[in-house]
Design a protein around this ligand. Sequence first.
Ligand code: NAD
Ligand code: TYD
Length: 358
Amino acid sequence: MILVTGGAGFIGSNFILDWLAAEGSPVVNLDKLTYAGNLHNLAALQNDARHIFAHGDIGDGELVGRLLREHRPRAIVHFAAESHVDRSIHGPADFIRTNIDGTFRLLEEARAYWGGLPSAEREAFRFLHVSTDEVYGSLEPDDPPFSETTAYAPNSPYSASKAASDHLVRAYHHTYGLPVLTTNCSNNYGAFQFPEKLIPLIILNALNGKPLPVYGDGLNIRDWLYVGDHCTAIREVLQRGRCGETYNIGGWNEKTNLDVIHTVCAILDELQPAATGQPYAALIGYVKDRPGHDRRYAIDARKIERELGWKPQETFDSGIRKTVRWYLDNAAWIHNVTSGAYRDWVSKQYGAEPGAVS
Ligand code: NAD
Ligand code: TYD
């Protein structure tokens, strides 16, 4: 048994599906079901007794303590977070509450539970904290990629809150000996990603004939990691990672945002040409830049390869093709998530007209 937090979100749901297929041991999934949490992601597990869903907040110590005592997990895999940089700029409070305070409460309950375990179980227990490369700040074009020893320099309320949570996790190991592992990964993409993030937003806007909003000059660089590769990496770290260590996980796929958008458009042109006869790239439009927009992220993923033998299996070309196809094949899922709350966000972020570009 393991306890997963945030398992109804994008990466967490992919992880649970992957875990049950690969490892098979049961999962308790604690999720608050914020706008980003969607149990439809786990519809395939509807009649699967190995998935136990608990609706609640990681900050609710009483609930977390009860779940730990009842299910006696051998590990906690902590995904739950507020995860969208633009939302953190509009309203940082939820990021502080969940990412910092929530992680603190979870750590406290984990410490109490772990401290009371018999020695063999205590020895085997792990707390795996899922974090981001954004804690390292922004790279110049010629800088080497982020390694595990790069100094923290978070620039957004989101990355600052994740950095704070990483420090708490580190301190719980150093001070109390809690057997923690931290992973810092690059931008994920794949099935079940909420369409506020770049790749699904571009796919959905293109299919709806809406403008494709490029922030600034579109030359910001991200290192894209296919979510399936990320899930495999987390399993490896959980199984064989050294306690107290951090592992950077990346795709070795540095791309400018314009490259990504043009690639998505070209695949859509091939798989589902627009009724207008125009290439989808004709919808590209430049909008006001994100305040404090980090220029470049890139991950040096050699440590996890060296120590645990993990490296990504997907190239960007293979992963993005699978991803576009998944969105084309899952119209019902898209219909379900593009509800009123999502439309409100789009008009707040991009202007009164959903999808309008300035
Ligand atoms: P997501 O926003 O899709 O999902 C977050 C999940 O956490 C949702 O199901 C939500 O309901 C749940 N949640 C939020 N607040 C909660 C709370 N207080 N208590 C319980 N559940 C709560 O996020 P994601 O993209 O799946 O990211 C998962 C983790 O990976 C996050 O910690 C994020 O910081 C990290 N990460 C993500 C990316 C990426 O590209 N998506 C990159 C690097 C790191
Ligand atoms: P995003 O998916 O929000 O991830 P992050 O900010 O965590 O890297 O954005 C990825 C990149 O795409 C980032 O440089 C911002 C840019 N972007 C756009 O140009 N337009 C958009 O509408 C969105 C959502 C993002």
